[in-house]
Design a protein around this ligand. Structure first.
Ligand SMILES: Cc1cc2nc3c(=O)[nH]c(=O)nc-3n(C[C@H](O)[C@H](O)[C@H](O)COP(=O)(O)O)c2cc1C
Length: 185
């Protein structure tokens, strides 16, 4: 029995207590014990200042290494989301009348890609390489080295393993080039 009801009534009239209804009580009978359906609770925690924090890291770097698969001829949505957060005015560049003024000091970008198919240079189907280059050029970055493990779908390419090894060799060369550059930083 509960003796502190807050309100009581029918569909026609309701009495509301201040704060409880004097003299009113509620009685109930337990007819069954059991567990209800399991409830899944999703908690959404907003990342605080994500763009600003990522921007700080970006602006402090000399070399940026991006590693990504090609999905639907483009970068995966999560990488695009990162670009949209970081390549933003006030984060990595300032908007000026003469054009964007970089806030970063990135000297080189290394782009490591894997794709199922193969793409020729400046292939119109390749929205990934062209998109990354265009977005970085906008903020003043033009030195981009690419190592691309293409033809990684073994159903269509019987040399996919060789292609991967070639990409790894390209990575090695880029790493040596970056190490030489770093001596000048
Ligand atoms: C959702 C999805 C979309 C893909 N789209 C393409 C594509 O447009 N072009 C392509 O060449 N390969 C595409 N691929 C193949 C991947 O690029 C390929 O498997 C690559 O090796 C992925 O790298 P990972 O094996 O390290 O994940 C796609 C793969 C997935 C899962």
């Amino acid at each position: 029995m509960w003796s502190w009801p807050l309100e009581a009534g029918t569909s026609h009239s309701v009495k509301v207590g201040v704060p409880t209804l004097k003299g009113a009580s509620v009685t109930a009978e337990i007819v069954k014990h059991g567990l209800g359906d399991k409830i899944v609770v999703f908690k959404f925690k907003r990342r605080k200042n994500y763009a600003r924090k990522q921007g700080k890291l970006f602006n402090a770097a000399d070399v940026l290494v991006l590693t990504t698969p090609m999905w639907n001829y483009n970068m995966p949505a999560i990488l695009k989301a990162w670009f949209d957060q970081v390549l933003s005015p006030g984060i990595t560049y300032e908007v000026e009348k003469t054009g964007p003024k970089p806030l970063h000091s990135i000297k080189k970008v290394v782009l490591l890609v894997a794709s199922g198919g193969t793409y020729k240079e400046d292939d119109p189907a390749d929205a990934l390489g062209r998109g990354v280059a265009a977005a970085l050029k906008f903020i003043g970055i033009t030195d981009i080295s690419v190592a691309w493990a293409d033809g990684q779908n073994p159903l269509y390419f019987d040399n996919s393993e060789t292609r991967k090894q070639m990409a790894l060799e390209a990575v090695q060369e880029i790493a040596e080039e970056v190490a030489e550059m770093a001596a000048e930083f």
